[in-house]
Structures are given as structure tokens and as C-alpha cells.
Design a protein around this ligand. Structure first.
Ligand code: MN
Length: 227
């Protein structure tokens, strides 16, 4: 069977110390999964729990650049732990959820904050704010079999050597097993799905020429230049 147009290429992430690639199916993202970030965005985490949105897989970028997008004057960095699933399923139990994880990565949920504020005011969807081209810079994946399942560890982003975001994985409101279990009740998860698990406080704008250096203790690093 032939296709009438070229089929989309498989989007894939490199894996540390492996020649083979991790093929990406979907990208789910958790919003407001750190209390202090929810507060800096004007929300009360006690009455406004985390939630999900998505990015298309081809929003991933792994070449160390982030092209500043059109239609925004206020693009923010959000440094996040990324979970890569080896196995899927529906209605997963949190007690078994970690068994579905292939590995972890360091990702940036880049956000057109002005488009997001506009969408919020008008009650419109977030796609233009969150799911734009190149909106998901991501590191190589490290295997869970090599590093375990990080539940604590410093999450830090520097821009041009200046500390911007500083948090700890232990501050996640929904922990990784709960994120997977909850998401699996909304969607049938599949091998290749990525989950961006939310960002700690300190989000802020980037400019062309900025050098972003993200690091998650026990997982890895992500260096990105805004171009
Ligand atoms: Mn985010």
C-alpha cells in the first residue's frame, strides 16, 4: 500500500550509552504540579489541582537550540522531569505504575505566556501557548534500570549563568506513579508516550541569544541556546 503524501517521520529521542532510539508516540504535560509555581501563576494549589495538556511529538527538539517562535513577546522556560513509557495500559494502579517506565529525561515545556494568558481570559484552548513548533526541547533518555526512579533531587535552570528555577522533585504534588495512574484513566497509555511532569517555581522569559542550562539531580542535563 502506498501513501498519497509522504507519511510523517518517526520522532525519536536518543538514549544514553545506546545506539538505538526511543520512538515517541504522544507528549502529555502536567500543569501546576508544584505548589509554588501554581502560586506564582496566580492559583491556589489547595483548591486548584494539577491537570493535563498535550504537545505534538514533532514539537520535540534535541539539537541544543530553541528557535524563538512567532506571535509572542513573552516566551517562558519551564524545566521539567520527563517520563518515557515502555509499556502502556488503561486504568493503571499507582502501585504498579513505575514498572511501565523506560527511562527519564530533562525537558523544557516552552510556553508563549502571552498567548496562554489570552486563552485563559477568553476560556479558549492552550494549543497556541503550549503546542507550537519546537516547544519541547529535550535531553537524551536515561534508563530507569540505570538510575532507578527519582522521587527527589534538585531541579535547576540557569539562564546565562544566573539561577532562575530551583526546586526539588520531592515537591511534585502528583508524584510520578500518581501522574501515570491518573493519566491512564483519561487516556489509554501506549509505549512511546512521554510525560512532562510539571515545573517548579521561577519560570520567566527568554530572549534570543540566551543560554539555558537545565539540570535534574540524578537524571541529567539539558543545554539549549535560544536562536
Ligand atoms: Mn509545564
Amino acid at each position: 500500500m502506498a501513501y498519497v503524501i509522504p507519511p510523517p517521520p518517526v520522532v525519536a529521542l536518543p538514549i544514553r550509552d545506546r545506539a538505538d532510539l526511543f520512538p515517541v508516540h504522544r507528549i502529555f504535560c502536567v500543569g501546576r504540579n508544584y505548589a509554588e509555581h501554581a502560586r506564582e501563576m496566580g492559583h491556589d494549589p489547595d483548591c486548584d489541582p494539577p491537570f493535563f495538556f498535550a504537545k505534538p511529538p514533532d514539537a520535540l527538539i534535541t539539537d541544543g537550540t530553541f528557535p524563538y517562535p512567532a506571535h509572542s513577546q513573552n516566551v517562558h522556560h519551564e524545566l521539567e522531569l520527563v517520563v518515557a513509557l515502555a509499556k502502556g495500559g488503561f486504568g493503571l494502579e499507582p502501585e504498579r505504575a513505575l514498572e511501565h517506565i523506560f527511562g527519564y529525561a530533562v525537558g523544557l515545556d516552552m510556553t508563549r505566556r502571552d498567548r496562554q494568558e489570552e486563552a485563559r481570559k477568553m476560556g479558549r484552548p492552550w494549543d497556541a501557548a503550549k503546542a507550537f513548533d519546537h516547544s519541547a526541547p529535550c535531553s537524551e533518555i536515561v534508563l530507569a534500570s540505570a538510575i532507578g526512579h527519582p522521587a527527589r533531587g534538585n531541579v535547576r535552570l540557569d539562564v546565562d549563568g544566573e539561577l532562575r528555577q530551583d526546586g526539588d522533585l520531592a515537591q511534585m504534588i502528583w508524584k510520578t506513579p500518581e501522574v501515570i495512574a491518573y493519566l491512564s484513566r483519561l487516556f489509554t497509555l501506549a509505549p512511546g508516550d512521554l510525560i512532562f511532569t510539571g515545573t517548579p517555581k521561577g519560570v520567566g522569559p527568554v530572549q534570543r541569544g540566551d543560554r539555558l542550562a537545565g539540570r535534574i539531580e540524578g537524571v541529567g542535563e539539558l543545554q539549549v541556546e535560544v536562536v
